[in-house]
Write a protein that binds this ligand. Structure first.
Ligand SMILES: [Zn+2]
Length: 336
């Protein structure tokens, strides 16, 4: 009897452990992987991908980062506990990336997997936290000093060193589950948010499309696979950092709209997929994809997401490039 009880407990645990460690890797991840050869020098415009939608752009004098999310709470923490920035993990990742000073931290919207660590990263690196009023309320709850936070005007150029950044209001990817949409989308964080807090306290705020100019280089960043009709006008990017997670479970109309109202109007020659790794595991040497349990529950399929992007873009002479994590890459090399 005792043995049977023990088995009844052990089998589900073992099954969970095995399934949560099987992580399908679509061939697209290696097919499109960039293998940079050139070593950037001090004055080169570079990009460094740090998982999820963390993108560091630097010209040697000025450095900016989107999100700066490194804590990556576990699935258990996300589902069953309140969460907070992990100072050890944030410092470990910044050190591993070779980052000691930043000029701006720019969350693409205010969900925890984008904005939760942003005030801490701004505090550690001396950067300005730039974002919607919701993001600023995360900053106030940290608390970050008022003069270290800015709400940018929409559709106007914000200058940071030689970077000229335009914040365009866009939309978040639409959760298929109505309850999730009601809890997380189209709402602001109305008061200073002090962690630990529930993931549902991190309301969306504004989801931005960022358009960033640096000399003659133009970079667009879409941190969530959503679109707002006619929000993109007269812009011509060289590179589009494009959130792809979740598009595989949307219908053809949604994905065609993502193409027609976001990807095509930005006219980029190079598409760099972002927001595709499992952000509930610590940042390691290589980015991990989501496991089969997660994929089963949420219908996720990264290979299918790549196929959606391929079929609508490759014939248009656009290239897909997957960035390795941690590595500083010259933007000109990415454009070759
Ligand atoms: Zn989000």
């Amino acid at each position: 009897m005792k043995k049977i009880l023990l088995l009844l407990v052990l089998i589900p645990i073992l099954t969970y452990l095995i399934l949560s460690n099987i992580r399908p890797r679509p061939s697209a991840l290696s097919d499109y992987l960039v293998a940079p050869i050139q070593q950037p020098t001090i004055n080169d415009l570079t990009v460094q991908f740090l998982g999820n939608t963390n993108i560091v752009l630097s010209d040697g004098h000025t450095s900016i980062i989107t999100d700066g999310f490194f804590s990556r709470p576990s699935p258990f923490q996300v589902l069953f506990t309140d969460i907070k920035p992990d100072v050890f993990e944030v410092k470990r990742c910044l050190a591993k990336a070779g980052i000691s000073k930043l000029d701006a931290v720019i969350p693409v919207h205010s969900h925890f997997d984008h904005a939760m660590d942003a005030p801490m990263v701004a505090h550690i690196t001396g950067a300005q936290l730039i974002g919607s009023s919701s993001t600023i309320n995360i900053g106030k709850g940290y608390p970050l000093s008022e003069n270290q936070m800015t709400i940018p005007p929409l559709n106007e150029v914000v200058k940071i060193g030689k970077f000229k950044i335009t914040f365009i209001a866009s939309r978040h990817w639409q959760y298929p589950d109505a309850k999730q949409r009601a809890l997380l989308l189209d709402q602001d964080i109305e008061a200073p948010l002090t962690p630990p807090a529930s993931i549902y306290d991190y309301k969306e705020g504004i989801s931005y499309t960022l358009f960033i100019e640096h000399d003659s280089t133009k970079i667009a960043i879409q941190g969530s696979a959503g679109f707002k009709q006619h929000s993109i006008k007269n812009l011509d990017a060289d590179i589009l950092f494009l959130a792809i997670s979740g598009i595989e479970i949307m219908d053809e109309t949604y994905n065609q709209n993502y193409q027609d109202f976001l990807i095509d109007p930005l006219q980029a020659e190079v598409l760099v997929p972002i927001h595709w790794d499992d952000f509930t595991v610590p940042l390691a040497e290589e980015l991990k994809t989501t496991n089969v349990l997660f994929n089963k529950i949420y219908g996720s399929n990264l290979g299918k997401a790549f196929e959606q992007i391929e079929k609508r873009n490759l014939h248009k002479n656009r290239k897909i490039k997957v960035l390795p994590v941690w590595k500083k890459i010259k933007i000109v090399e990415l454009l070759e």
